[in-house]
Design a protein around this ligand. Structure first.
Ligand SMILES: *[C@@H]1O[C@H](CO)[C@@H](O)[C@H](O)[C@H]1NC(C)=O
Ligand SMILES: *[C@@H]1O[C@H](CO)[C@@H](O)[C@H](O)[C@H]1NC(C)=O
Ligand SMILES: *[C@@H]1O[C@H](CO)[C@@H](O)[C@H](O)[C@H]1NC(C)=O
Ligand SMILES: *[C@@H]1O[C@H](CO)[C@@H](O)[C@H](O)[C@H]1NC(C)=O
Length: 245
């Protein structure tokens, strides 16, 4: 009996020492962030649905200390149609610029919530550990975490799986399965993405965070002709989600 209790106690200690704690990744880095997104769009008038898919790729500077993100972004449909924009997001001051450099077009808006984070949230559940890499070595060890987003607290509702390297908690892949919301209506959404070519630090912050002279000082809306011609601007709400975790 005593032996058993001892065994159970030891076992519990071993489990506790082994329990994985949510971690935080690098705070300042350059990286590419690519994602494949699929969604089901319903026309409220005809009540007919269609599915669509597209690829997004962002490359730029991610500064979680200053809460600033500056990157080029492309959105590409399978038919080859592609849109290129540049973003400067300032979450400390809650605004963002959407920039089309070629047209000298710039729009100042409220930032897109939720604010990206470099941490696995405390409510996440550790799922598994694994190794990635080929048979010849050069392996990296990783942890898989899952957690939920809940509407209306979060802009989307559903399940996230985030995989991070054990080494420094750098995220390398994220999957979201759930819904986004469009005026109270659910839009089923699946997205899979990840970071690549991550390098520590931001060697040229001015290149990514300097707001061009042609940008407005105040929040503006699509009013000018040029803006109207740029109204193919993507709906950032969901292109952005989930950026990291
Ligand atoms: C390509 O697909 C997108 C999204 O479905 C659509 O908006 C666009 O008009 C298409 N372009 C061409 C050239 O078919
Ligand atoms: C980002 O886009 C701008 C044009 O908006 C371009 O001048 C710059 O070279 C791009 N940077 C990268 C790294 O692709
Ligand atoms: C888990 O934490 C994240 C980040 O704080 C939050 O957005 C989400 O709503 C939380 N999920 C639940 C189920 O509380
Ligand atoms: C990633 O980095 C490698 C090596 O520097 C480079 O050759 C490659 O083009 C980069 N990939 C992307 C998608 O930027």
């Amino acid at each position: 009996m005593i032996k058993n209790v001892l065994f159970v106690t030891l076992f519990a200690v071993v489990i506790a020492a082994d329990a994985k704690k949510p971690c935080c990744g690098p705070t300042k880095f350059m990286a590419g962030n690519g994602a494949s997104v699929g969604q089901v769009i319903t026309d409220p008038d005809t009540n007919t649905s269609r599915s669509e898919g597209f690829f997004t790729y962002q490359y730029g500077a991610f500064d979680f200390e200053r809460k600033m993100f500056g990157y080029n972004m492309s959105v590409t449909y399978p038919n080859g149609t592609s849109t290129l924009i540049r973003l400067i997001q300032n979450y400390a001051q809650k605004y963002q610029y959407i920039i089309l450099d070629a047209l000298q077009y710039c729009q100042k808006q409220q930032v897109t919530e939720p604010q990206p984070t470099n941490c696995i949230p405390n409510n996440a559940t550790w799922q598994s550990s694994f190794r990635i890499g080929g048979a010849k070595g050069g392996s990296l060890f990783a942890d898989s975490w899952t957690y939920k987003f809940v509407h209306p607290k979060d802009a989307v509702e559903g399940d996230i799986v985030a995989n991070v390297f054990q080494d420094d908690c750098s995220p390398f892949s994220t999957t979201f399965i759930g819904d986004r919301f469009e005026g109270g209506r659910k839009v089923p959404l699946i997205s899979m993405g990840g970071l690549l070519n991550l390098t520590s630090g931001i060697p040229h912050p001015e290149e990514w965070f300097t707001v061009p002279d042609f940008c407005p000082k105040e929040i503006n809306s699509l009013t000018t002709n040029m803006a109207r011609s740029a109204s193919y601007l993507p709906d950032l709400e969901f292109f952005q989600l989930p950026l990291f975790f």
